[in-house]
Design a protein around this ligand. Structure first.
Ligand code: NAP
Length: 340
């Protein structure tokens, strides 16, 4: 067994390296020079990685940028960095923990009350391949943070987005969605044996399906929504994968990874493009790989699945299906899983 390990690892590394090289070469800076003075943008998970760089790029383009993060110390520090670098003082920090529906509702309520408008929502935050953790409301963490938290947040902000139209929603998905499967009978991993990779892929596929159904519902409102694979970037996303704990990985994959993958600055360019490019004004419901529109995985094209997922997600987060608003009288502290 062990004599196959080294050649297999070398082959794996070479293939992985080639894919990443292609990704790097395909990258580039945002082809649009559009500015966004007077527009209000929300970026979730903006204290680090692609989110922080996207917020920086949008602040450079004159937007009023709201960094929405779970750790206020990191959030304020990122906002300070961005203000210092861009000299745009309309960059602010707000608390949002996507692992808590109560926090999502509080964040949305404050934004609706205190902000005049919301033009662009970038659903960027994510957690990848963490242990089998659950959110405050009892959802598997990757489903709860990456998908359900953003599903609820977007729905709660829709009226504001529509009132500020034209507007845009950008959902950070991933190429990993192609390996995903949405199991409507067990979205929350209560019956299936838990598989953290599959849970990440499911959450990213759910975001593409959500994009499709939301786009259908937004027709004629002036608000568009698209999903994006930003490319492979060296960020903190791999913090739970344990790659750094393996000696083999540290000495082989590690350096290759750091050399070949995109910087967060480069990986933020497609998010910026989807948020501002004038030529995308009427483009909605699509999946982008970098700057290019691509066909997503076949399961992500299933309109009936997208509609059923919407209904199930609304049920899980406690949205009134007919109004798209929180169910009246619903306790914010009880788990929606307990309520249904
Ligand atoms: N990097 C890549 O190669 C890659 C590839 C494909 C897709 N993507 C997607 O691109 C997006 C950005 O990823 P990244 O690489 O920049 O990752 P990252 O560096 O790990 O940043 C993730 C952000 O999400 C935040 N976050 C995590 N849990 C949260 C919660 N409960 N509430 C609010 N915020 C939370 C993190 O906050 P803390 O710092 O407090 O944890 C952080 O700000 C993600 O959607 C990811 O799936 C990335």
């Amino acid at each position: 067994m062990s004599r196959y390990l080294l050649p297999a690892s070398v082959l794996g590394t070479a293939v992985g390296g080639a894919v990443l090289l292609k990704d790097y070469v395909a990258g580039g800076t945002c082809p649009s020079k559009a500015t966004i003075p007077g527009k209000t943008v929300i970026v979730t998970g903006a204290n680090t990685g692609i989110g922080k760089q996207t917020a920086l790029e949008l602040a450079r383009r004159g937007g009023h940028v709201i960094l929405a993060c779970r750790d206020m110390e990191k959030c304020e520090a990122a906002a300070r960095d961005i203000r210092g670098e861009t000299l745009n003082h309309r960059v602010s920090a707000r608390h949002l923990d996507l692992a808590s529906l109560k926090s999502v509702r509080e964040f949305a309520a404050k934004v609706i009350e205190e902000e005049e408008r919301v033009d662009i929502l970038i659903n960027n935050a994510a957690v990848m391949r963490c242990p089998h953790w659950t959110t405050e409301d009892g959802f598997e963490m990757q489903l709860g943070v990456n998908y359900l938290g953003h599903f609820l947040l977007t729905n709660l902000l829709l009226d504001k987005l529509k009132a500020s139209a034209p507007g845009r929603v950008v959902n950070l998905s991933s190429l990993a969605h192609v390996a995903g499967h949405v199991d409507l009978e067990d979205l929350n991993w209560q019956r299936r044996k838990y598989d953290t990779k599959a849970a990440y892929c499911q959450s990213k596929l759910a975001l593409v399906l959500f994009t499709k159904e939301l786009s259908r519902r937004l027709r004629g409102t002036g608000v568009t929504v698209n999903a994006l694979h930003p490319g492979v970037a060296r960020t903190e996303l791999g913090r739970h994968t344990g790659m750094h704990r393996s000696t083999f990985s540290s000495f082989t994959l590690g350096p290759i990874f750091w050399l070949l993958v995109k910087s967060p600055q480069l990986a933020a360019q497609p998010s910026t493009y989807l948020a501002v490019a004038e030529e995308l004004e009427d483009v909605s419901g699509k999946y982008f790989d970098g700057f290019k529109e691509k066909a997503p995985a076949p399961e992500a094209e299933d309109e009936e699945l997208a509609q059923r997922l919407w209904a199930e997600s609304a049920r899980l987060v406690g949205l009134d299906l007919s109004r798209g608003s929180p169910v009246r009288g619903q306790s914010l502290s009880r788990s929606p899983l307990e309520q249904v």
